[in-house]
Design a protein around this ligand. Sequence first.
Ligand SMILES: Cc1cc2nc3c(=O)[nH]c(=O)nc-3n(C[C@H](O)[C@H](O)[C@H](O)COP(=O)(O)OP(=O)(O)OC[C@H]3O[C@@H](n4cnc5c(N)ncnc54)[C@H](O)[C@@H]3O)c2cc1C
Length: 408
Amino acid sequence: MGKVIVVGAGAAGMMAAYAAALGGNAVQIIERNEKCGKKLYITGKGRCNLTNNCDVQDFFEHVVSNPRFLYSSLYGFTAEQTMDFFSKELGLRIKTERGNRVFPVSDKSSDVINSLVRGLQSKGVDIIYNKRVDRLIISDGVVKGAACGNEVYESDSVIIATGGLSYPSTGSTGDGYMLAASAGHSITETYPALVPLMVKEEWVKELMGLSLRNVTVSFYMNNKKIYSEFGEMLFTHFGVSGPLILTASSYLTKQIKSGKLSMYIDCKPALSEEELDQRILRDFEKQKNCYFGNSLGKLLPKKLIPVVIKLSGIRYDKPVNSISAEERRKLVRLIKNIGLTVKDTRDYNEAVITKGGINVKEINPSTLESKIVKNLYFAGEVIDVDAVTGGYNLQIAWSTGYTAGSSI
Ligand SMILES: Cc1cc2nc3c(=O)[nH]c(=O)nc-3n(C[C@H](O)[C@H](O)[C@H](O)COP(=O)(O)OP(=O)(O)OC[C@H]3O[C@@H](n4cnc5c(N)ncnc54)[C@H](O)[C@@H]3O)c2cc1C
């Protein structure tokens, strides 16, 4: 049994420290903040969606980058084990909500953090606050400790659990990449992911705050459809956000950066063009003497109507009974294909997760030990792995943390 240093007291670091202490090691966590789990605190809108209660096979469907690398850790410490860990070992009451999302019964992320800190204390883990690790001590290919400026903390093993680059105000500023690189690791390019998108069209500003449910959004590059999803989206002052868009941002990171991505919103995916045309025709017949501008109230959300009118090219005050079949067909096509040009993603300050990170090829997937430096381990978001929303990212942090800690 030896001395273990864990860098970072986020989800992965706390779990790694707990597992290493269970194995009989003397464990110290070094955390740059004045408390543990600053990011955990803001997860799930302050409620902490701590895992997803699905079976392991289903879990992998929701991992975006490097799911195979995670096989050992996710099978070694499953969502079910996570739920047992929190409820039975730490005494936290949990519940499962819609979409298998697991939360504390209290709906307070602080209860998740407090239960972890109490668990760590009960296992004798020493937590050092307000110290930022800026260097690893490595000798002859073996890690010997970590340093914060002139202060050196010697150890037999080090686990890097410093998180990624998203929400840097929580302490995750990418230090782990610098530490890993100093040990000889390569870092794959990083991108903000699960992040809102900025678009060119100025008219989105008029729709700020409008949420569209049950729409299909399709993304095109060079006239080829590359991604399409049904769900809910939101307009913002700079572009689009909401669950469907955040997920798309994770799958399309590279294409977004190319600046050649366009997206089309189908506001009526349940209707074919012919069916929608018939529907509009019926609406028009009932309102023969109305202005076009007043005829769409039953079809579209109020806020969207002025924008659709503008994009349709049909005058607001054109009487409905003088709208031609061709104009109607154009309107149908528009409602099923409202086009936007994607400029870029928002930055890390608004990204739920970082895509990219420490190259998985240089980490042993069964132990999470570095293949380059002995006794050096990695856990959590700092590794090049990421998943969609729903509790999957925290489960990755618990599973990799547990695997790294228990491998020592
Ligand atoms: C707004 C928001 C909501 C989210 N909601 C959910 C959710 O509900 N469910 C879900 O599954 N996922 C959610 N996520 C994602 C989830 O929070 C992360 O995947 C997870 O926190 C990653 O854990 P980690 O331990 O790897 O990193 P982090 O939680 O980022 O922890 C890293 C820790 O390391 C410390 N650190 C960094 N550098 C150093 C250094 N040099 N020296 C010492 N300490 C250092 C940091 O201060 C920090 O405490 C959310 C993310 C955000 C931003």
